[in-house]
Design a protein around this ligand. Structure first.
Ligand SMILES: *[C@@H]1O[C@H](CO)[C@@H](O)[C@H](O)[C@H]1NC(C)=O
Ligand SMILES: *[C@@H]1O[C@H](CO)[C@@H](O)[C@H](O)[C@H]1NC(C)=O
Ligand SMILES: *[C@@H]1O[C@H](CO)[C@@H](O)[C@H](O)[C@H]1NC(C)=O
Ligand SMILES: *[C@@H]1O[C@H](CO)[C@@H](O)[C@H](O)[C@H]1NC(C)=O
Ligand SMILES: *[C@@H]1O[C@H](CO)[C@@H](O)[C@H](O)[C@H]1NC(C)=O
Ligand SMILES: *[C@@H]1O[C@H](CO)[C@@H](O)[C@H](O)[C@H]1NC(C)=O
Ligand SMILES: *[C@@H]1O[C@H](CO)[C@@H](O)[C@H](O)[C@H]1NC(C)=O
Ligand SMILES: *[C@@H]1O[C@H](CO)[C@@H](O)[C@H](O)[C@H]1NC(C)=O
Ligand SMILES: *[C@@H]1O[C@H](CO)[C@@H](O)[C@H](O)[C@H]1NC(C)=O
Length: 889
């Protein structure tokens, strides 16, 4: 089984088998990202290893995604009394020899030589698209496999620790730490004691965990100073010597004393020839995630576990199964991606964890304290570009990955945007840019919305239809139909000749919309109007479907006549030399709208291939006019639309060249200079780093995601600003082509119906009732602190802040420091205090049976409608074959 996986991956990753200097079979690396993902699950649990050319990955500390902040994480192996480190740059110890790094969608495998031992150090960040409890749990694994290259048994001890840097921005932040054991899991935790609820990058309002199974042989779990523990482990003796018997009190808190605790687990394997998957877990937990519309929201996994201890223990116990699932998912993705090309498989591999880690999946509780499983909302951070929450263009960029992994993610991302824009707080006739400017605060942010009105309205309609079509779930369309329609009306009037959307700012530039008359922006608006026609059809609003369909058709014809010139596509109306990445064509293709003829797609290929001779090393600029920058996401969108494989492969290879260009440091940016590859903004929150919009790498795979029959749940609760509840129980209807007599009848019925509805709508009240605040447990309740009284630091007078220590010589605080909590497997420690939480009684999505007030005439109309729809469904059933099963199963 494992052997099969290895061979399979060897083939897929294009690894060349060759003899290295040790005379061993070793993989030859061809892909060299400047940073590789280590533990990447959420916007705030996002740890990378810089592997830029010139930096030895075995002598570099892991960093936060911004490449500005070290996340202390040290790994040692001791072989016959001599010690090498396989992670971080701890003192003492010698760096093991780095041999290669492989990246799969869920794993980063670093192969190193430590004396006679060759190790595969695997960093596994699970991607669990079908289990949102698992997907939302912000933990990752690291595990070690190894073999003696001299085929001799050796005395082996392994060690891993993390520091408080995972939850602090500076050594001045007071922290607190402790150790626990639950079931067969031993873990440590550290958190700040004056947590700020706002953060820019590293979240101080979180708890970091380091866990291991107690079934590991001769486990020692201990917290102490870096100097004490690392030096003790690395002494030239066989076995583990981590003790508490140093004089003095290390305690369990840091005030202003500059203490630098590390939270360590070490195991003694004894004398062995091979090492078989010794695993640790790390995690960074924020709770609650946010408060939206006055309702506190916690990560989804809390609905499955009574306590964090249970969740950690389940994660640790699940390791073998999680690894099997991850390998299977990797195989599935890589098999599909290598059918395009190896370059493409590399891009998808690097992008997967980055895309998935942009999101926090949340739930609320009902007033009775039980989990409300019909209220799942996802919050996405515009990691690396701004701090914005659920920015529409970033969700749009990530759309291909979201469709590929589980299209329900799109619905849960759109839900809060739609809910906010249905509230009285939002009055614009076009869609909002996002939910707020500073993750995780979601107050809404109408300030910039007018500046991106076509962009955002187009994104929302396209995303809404993409969600419905690929999930079959019509509930958003059922509930927010009138809101969507409002945006379609705006686009019907404003998209063909888009005005300059805003003074050219960085966002405008990164969309290549730096002035008016941009054809690619017009294209998005027109596609979105056609999307509305399809949405109307799903909703059985035949008159609307007809209207938007006719409008889109006419706009499309005008667009083609103004944009196509000499079989090429202009970037700006009237500018004959202009061209660019016409990336919004992907939306038309994904939605199969058949609005634009194949000649339009071919013309884009021609525009780009005519300029292939001037192609800069890292790709075509976004447009011939805007700047020297390009975007990886829009390049891959374009690659998935061009009909000729040569242009497609050229676009893919330039992005792959950037992803593998490690001359400049930093995580895979989606915005960079086409000549140098440099991201435009280094520094704190550098532009373009680690954006979830890299989900766009899945553009070609998303094209294979099948349609489903869209069903609007009969009792979807109404949530439109114009009170659409009276249409929401009209019954399920299949999306798609409505034909023959039935549609004529339907049209007549609808005209009458719509007339009545308009009258009612005008009289209806507007607002959904605000949700009560549920007061979910906060961090303090969740955190288990043995010495909670000791949270405030004692007098700071005369205290000197020392920089984080990497070794004994660098640290100024007294050497009498001793570790606080020691935990050996033999002594069971008391388990953590149980946080107050509300485990869900069941995990079934509840569809509440909203009752609807019914007028007699409406009732008659409605039963007529239902009858008509049944006929349409029968017609469809006769014509349309059962759709294929979803791609991911
Ligand atoms: C690293 O830089 C050196 C010197 O510039 C170059 O020869 C080598 O090819 C680079 N390696 C990679 C993997 O880019
Ligand atoms: C590092 O390597 C040197 C040279 O082989 C050796 O003398 C020393 O003991 C090693 N350090 C540790 C901590 O093992
Ligand atoms: C997508 O997520 C939903 C919600 O968790 C789940 O019910 C569904 O089975 C998932 N679909 C796939 C294809 O994994
Ligand atoms: C490490 O990974 C390589 C490549 O997948 C594999 O050939 C080798 O057997 C692995 N080593 C161990 C000890 O598992
Ligand atoms: C949230 O609560 C505040 C204070 O109770 C209230 O003023 C505000 O309108 C509420 N907001 C929403 C969106 O319900
Ligand atoms: C283009 O590549 C795809 C594989 O991604 C292949 O199926 C198709 O046949 C190729 N088209 C041409 C014209 O070569
Ligand atoms: C559960 O959430 C849905 C969607 O937000 C809401 O309509 C419903 O009222 C909630 N149910 C309870 C019992 O709070
Ligand atoms: C857009 O094009 C039209 C017609 O060519 C022109 O009248 C208008 O000035 C242009 N707008 C901008 C902002 O360039
Ligand atoms: C998907 O649905 C659209 C609209 O109903 C239709 O035009 C298209 O042919 C469908 N595609 C497939 C593959 O079923």
């Amino acid at each position: 089984m494992l052997c099969r996986h290895s061979l399979f991956l060897l083939g897929l990753l294009h690894l060349r088998l060759c003899d290295n200097w040790l005379g061993l079979v070793q993989a030859q690396q061809t892909f060299f990202p400047a940073a590789v993902p280590l533990a990447v699950r959420t916007p705030t649990f996002n740890c990378w290893l810089q592997t830029a050319n010139g930096s030895n990955p075995m002598a570099s500390w892991p960093t936060f995604w911004n490449n500005q902040h070290i996340l202390g994480w040290a790994g040692y192996i001791k072989v016959d009394g001599q010690t090498w480190h396989w992670l971080g740059d701890p003192i003492p110890g010698n760096a093991s020899t780095w041999l290669s790094t492989q990246i799969t969608p869920t794993r980063t495998i670093i192969t190193v030589q430590a004396g006679p031992m060759q190790l595969n150090v695997t960093f596994l960040s699970p991607v669990e698209p079908s289990d949102w409890s698992k997907q939302s749990f912000p933990f990752s694994y690291v595990y070690i496999d190894g073999k003696a290259t001299d085929n001799q048994p050796h005395s082996i001890q392994l060690y891993s620790d993390i520091s408080g840097e995972w939850v602090t921005n500076s050594l001045a932040t007071p922290i607190q730490w402790s150790s626990s054991k639950i079931g067969s899991t031993s873990y440590h935790q550290v958190r700040s004691t004056n947590a700020l609820s706002t953060f820019q990058d590293v979240a101080e309002d979180s708890v970091a965990y380091h866990a291991i199974s107690t079934e590991q042989p001769n486990l020692v779990s201990i917290i102490g100073t870096d100097q004490a523990l690392r030096a003790q482990f690395a002494t030239n003796q066989e076995g583990i010597f981590l003790t508490t018997d140093l004089a003095g009190q290390f305690g369990n808190v840091r005030g202003t004393d500059g203490k630098f605790p590390v939270l360590a687990h070490a195991v003694n394997l004894g004398t062995v020839e091979t090492i078989s998957s010794v695993a640790w877990a790390v995690g960074v937990v924020r709770d609650p995630i946010t408060t939206f519309m006055n309702v506190s929201r916690r990560a989804y996994y809390w609905s499955q576990y009574a306590t964090i201890d249970d969740a950690i223990a389940a994660f640790v116990d699940d390791f073998p199964a999680a690894r099997t699932r991850a390998i299977a998912l990797d195989e599935q993705i890589l098999q599909a991606a290598t059918a395009v090309s190896q370059d493409y498989a590399d891009l998808v591999s690097l992008a997967t964890r980055q895309a998935m880690a942009g999101m926090d999946i949340t739930l609320s509780t009902s007033p009775d304290g039980t989990w409300n499983f019909s209220d799942v909302k996802i919050f996405m951070k515009d990691v690396g570009n701004s701090q914005r929450v659920n920015p529409t263009e970033t969700i749009y960029g990530a759309l291909p990955a979201l469709m590929y992994f589980n299209t329900s993610f799109i619905g849960a991302l759109l839900e809060p945007l739609l809910e906010y824009q249905s509230s009285s707080a939002y009055t614009n006739p076009f869609a909002a840019s996002d939910l707020g400017l500073g993750y995780p605060a979601v107050p809404g942010d109408p300030s910039s919305d007018a500046l991106f009105a076509v962009e955002n309205s187009g994104n929302m309609l396209i995303l809404a239809l993409a969600h419905a079509r690929s999930s079959g779930d019509g509930s958003l369309i059922g509930r927010y139909y009138l809101l969507l329609k409002q945006w379609a009306d705006y686009l019907s009037n404003n998209s063909l000749i888009p005005s300059q959307q805003s003074p050219a700012d960085s966002r405008e530039a990164s969309l290549a919309q730096t002035h008016g008359n941009i054809t690619n922006l017009a294209l998005k608006g027109i596609i979105a109007v056609q999307a509305m026609a399809e949405i109307s059809q799903i909703k059985a609003e035949a008159a609307d479907a007809q209207k938007y369909g006719a409008t889109a058709e006419s706009l499309a014809q005008s667009w083609i006549s103004m944009t196509m010139a000499s079989s090429q596509l202009l970037w700006t109306y009237g500018e004959s030399a202009s061209y660019g990445l016409m990336y919004n064509l992907l939306a038309e293709k994904l939605l199969q709208l058949n609005l634009f003829p194949q000649t339009v797609y071919a013309a884009e290929s021609t525009s780009l291939s005519n300029h292939a001779a001037d192609l800069p090393p890292f790709g075509f600029a976004l447009s011939s006019e805007s700047s020297a920058n390009t975007r990886s996401d829009w390049t891959l969108f374009t690659a998935a639309t061009v009909p000729d494989n040569a242009t497609r492969d050229r676009l893919i290879s330039t992005v792959r060249a950037k992803a593998s260009a490690n001359a400049s440091a930093g995580t895979f940016p989606n915005l960079y200079d086409v000549q140098t590859g440099a991201g435009p903004g280094a520094g704190i929150s550098p532009n373009g780093f680690a954006s979830p919009a890299q989900g766009a790498m899945f553009s070609l795979l998303a094209l294979a995601v099948p349609n489903k029959t869209v069903v609007i749940p009969p009792s979807a609760p109404a949530k439109t600003s114009a009170g659409g509840s009276h249409t929401s129980n009209a019954g399920a209807i299949a999306g798609g082509v409505v034909g023959g007599l039935a549609s004529v009848l339907l049209l007549a019925g609808l005209a009458l119906f719509l007339h009545r509805r308009k009258r009612r709508t005008d009289a209806d009240g507007e607002m959904a009732t605000p949700q009560p605040y549920n007061g979910a447990p906060n961090m303090a309740q969740m955190f288990d602190a043995p010495g909670e009284s000791a949270t405030s630091p004692t007098s700071a007078s005369g205290a000197i802040h020392v920089p984080p220590s990497r070794g004994p010589t660098a640290n100024a605080f007294p050497s009498k420091a001793v570790m606080g909590g020691v935990l050996r497997t033999a002594n069971a420690e008391p388990t953590s205090a149980v946080p107050s939480s509300q485990p869900g009684s069941s995990h079934l999505p509840s569809v509440s049976g909203t009752s609807v007030s019914r007028g007699t005439n409406d009732e008659n109309l409605r039963s007529e409608m239902v009858r008509l729809r049944q006929e349409v469904e029968q017609l469809r059933a006769a014509q349309v074959p059962q759709e294929a099963p979803p791609v991911y199963e």
